[in-house]
Design a protein around this ligand. Structure first.
Ligand SMILES: NC(=O)c1ccc[n+]([C@@H]2O[C@H](COP(=O)([O-])OP(=O)(O)OC[C@H]3O[C@@H](n4cnc5c(N)ncnc54)[C@H](OP(=O)(O)O)[C@@H]3O)[C@@H](O)[C@H]2O)c1
Length: 239
């Protein structure tokens, strides 16, 4: 590591988000763990150690996002890495023709609108960093190329709300990276793989330690690293 950074990871009380925070802390960075449940967030922070801090952050609440961003300004006054990891998939295999609108709205609220609002609110701090990094945790399920391939083996994973939300996240990555091209900030989308978590389920082949690797790599890219890409480990994925 060349320089210790300050990183905010959303949805960091468990799963891939917690593991991303743990691995970034192990690399020597200061980590701020965003979580909507205070007790779970604080216990995750305690299990990482003194360089971890708790931030109350509900990605489905514009007021909570505003207050959390304000606390990052006042408590830390600096931010180098933002890992937009929090995500939900409540449709759970429902067909696009049948999924309740309420579930689709909830999914976009957390996965897309919350992510965009938080990123916009924290950009002034990221712009002050010499090496700002934004990692948008997406999914291969957000790939239009994959979803439009009738032979793609997606099984029941062709839900519109979740897949559509991740496609929108990818578009945010592409458009924001283009806007920030002349700055040091790198913006990339990560597909963690199919990972054993509460969301991924027990059948998933990847352990959470590997599931966090793509986010950690993109959070710690060197200054000559890529921006505006969609990655799984070192591989580039189709949009
Ligand atoms: N697991 C996979 O196979 C897989 C594959 C591709 C992409 N992903 C993506 O990876 C990311 C992490 O998923 P995961 O597998 O680690 O799932 P997970 O174990 O269910 O963890 C999701 C995290 O997001 C948080 N979260 C959900 N809604 C939130 C909200 N409104 N405000 C704040 N935090 C919220 C959860 O907090 P609570 O505990 O409060 O619910 C939890 O900390 C997601 O973006 C997911 O779409 C996962």
């Amino acid at each position: 590591m060349n320089h210790p950074d300050i990183a905010l990871i959303t949805g960091a009380n468990k799963g891939i988000g917690f593991e991303t925070a743990r691995q970034l802390a192990a690399l020597g960075h200061t980590v701020i763990l965003g979580a909507r449940k205070a007790a779970e967030g604080q216990s995750a922070v305690a299990s990482i150690g003194p360089q971890a801090h708790f931030l109350l952050l509900d990605m489905a609440s514009p007021e909570s996002i505003q207050a959390a961003a304000q606390s990052v300004f006042t408590q830390f006054g600096r931010l180098d890495i933002l890992v937009n990891n929090a995500g939900i998939g409540p449709e759970n295999g429902m067909k696009p023709s049948e999924a309740p609108m309420e579930l689709i709205r909830q999914t976009f609220e957390t996965n897309v609108f919350g992510l965009v609002q938080l990123t916009q609110a924290l950009l002034p701090l990221l712009r002050q960093s010499q090496h700002g990094r934004i990692v948008n945790v997406s999914s291969v399920l957000g790939s239009l190329t994959v979803n439009s391939d009738p032979n793609a083996e997606l099984g029941s994973w062709r839900s519109f709300g979740y897949n559509g939300s991740k496609a929108a996240v990818n578009m945010f990555t592409a458009t924001l990276a283009a806007e920030l091209k002349s700055t040091p900030i790198k913006v990339n989308s990560a597909h963690p793989g199919w990972v054993k978590t509460d969301l991924g389920g027990d059948q998933a082949p990847l352990e959470v330690a590997d599931g966090a690797k793509t986010s950690v790599r993109l959070a710690t890219l060197p200054d000559n690293g890529p921006t505006g890409g969609f990655f799984h480990f070192n591989d580039t994925l189709p949009w």
